[in-house]
Design a protein around this ligand. Structure first.
Ligand code: SF4
Length: 169
């Protein structure tokens, strides 16, 4: 599996200063996707144990609030094992830093539920151009949801992240 790029300091994808990784390869091909150069599974840089260790090291600074995982599609069958290893290592090493993950799958369609237990916030669903709104925070179109998985685990129902609730009032 491959990744497209790593950002050492990202303030656009999730709260605070974060490290972010964009995986390579996506089969959704949403019209006017924000990141079409990540669609081809054959391009990009090899994702290895070394990449995981590089990310772990980048996250060690106190000012890094967490890791954001984007794509491409991190949960595509070609990418999911690498994503699993990364989130596992990240939570072992930094249980208090958050993991945010963007996926084109709706949460109800994600078969590998185990990975969701290690993620704090999930932004789900494909980008739909007709529902695009530049004022939305952390998502591109209105059909997507910013889901607070920590609260969802507590209440056992789907809970939206607070800012998300504000944006749909
Ligand atoms: S799921 Fe994300 S990366 Fe894939 S085509 Fe849609 S917007 Fe682009």
């Amino acid at each position: 599996m491959k990744y497209h790029k790593i950002r050492k300091m990202d303030i656009a994808n999730g709260p605070g200063v974060r490290v972010s990784i964009f995986f390579q390869g996506c089969a959704f091909h949403c019209k006017n996707c924000f990141n079409p150069e990540t669609h081809d599974f054959n391009q990009g840089i090899e994702f290895t144990e070394k990449t995981i260790m590089q990310i772990i090291k980048l996250c060690q600074e106190d000012y890094i609030k967490g890791l954001s995982i984007l794509g491409g599609e991190p949960l595509h069958p070609i990418n999911i094992n690498g994503t699993k290893k990364l989130v596992q290592k990240m939570k072992e090493k930094y249980p208090n830093k958050t993991i945010w993950l963007w996926t084109g799958y709706k949460i109800e369609k994600i078969e590998e539920k185990e990975i969701l237990n290690k993620i704090d916030v999930l932004i789900d669903g494909p980008f739909e151009e007709e529902l695009y709104d530049p004022n939305l925070k952390w998502k591109g179109s209105k059909n997507q949801r910013v889901i607070d998985l920590n609260r969802s685990r507590q209440t056992k129902k789907l809970e939206l992240y607070e800012t998300e609730k504000e944006s749909i009032k």
